[in-house]
Design a protein around this ligand. Sequence first.
Ligand SMILES: Nc1ncnc2c1ncn2[C@@H]1O[C@H](COP(=O)(O)OP(=O)(O)OP(=O)(O)O)[C@@H](O)[C@H]1O
Length: 241
Amino acid sequence: MIELRELTKRYGGRVAVDGLSVRIQPGVVTGFLGPNGSGKSTTMRMILGLDAPDHGEALIGGVRYPDLSWPLKAVGTLLDAGAFHPGRSARAHLAALAASNDISGSRVEQVLRTVGLSDAATRRAGTYSLGMRQRLGVAVALLGDPGVLLLDEPVNGLDPEGIRWIRDLLRGLAAEGRTVFVSSHLIAEMALTADRLVVIGRGRLLAETTVAELAAGADSLEDAFFRLTAQATDYRGMGAS
Ligand SMILES: Nc1ncnc2c1ncn2[C@@H]1O[C@H](COP(=O)(O)OP(=O)(O)OP(=O)(O)O)[C@@H](O)[C@H]1O
């Protein structure tokens, strides 16, 4: 489980995340939605100890990220596909991470199979397509067999087959009892992938609900989302006339 307690972050005079308290439960995929600039990335960075909160805390299984003894075994993350040494093969990259994180070498072959990169495992990551880099990122996230997965825009730039693959994988990981927390701009995609939704606007919690509950009473989940976030952006388009 991920627990956020009054999580708050300010940049200068601006509040990016504002007293956010929510529990993200295991066994389901929880989508993290909000307009641009609403604080999703900042929240994820604080969960992962990459940004320090000004107030409150983020706990993973009851422990702050910096206090985890083997972070890769507790939480798998996909923040930025393509952050790999271009000259290293997928297998070499995963093997180095396994060696430095008390993870067995056999797990490397397991995750390569899970993400479908076994046949390309000796190729340099620099030659990979975006979809293959994304799969390598997922392999890294799964390497430590973590109970919690945190993914920032995992389907960004993927083709329809890649999107379906990620969707099925995330649902399967949740069905195994893991906590899966995934941010996205793609509301329609979240409707297919997520069971629950955490919606924020201007750094504040707007809704913590199921996909079905949010969509009820509106024409679509997208309409329900726009209604919920209408007052929570600094920008607003003027429809075409
Ligand atoms: N390092 C930083 N310095 C100053 N302001 C920042 C910094 N990082 C984020 N912000 C501001 O904090 C607010 C929240 O940004 P954040 O990137 O967390 O939102 P987001 O929901 O992830 O947005 P997007 O959907 O566009 O990725 C924005 O107003 C942003 O400009």
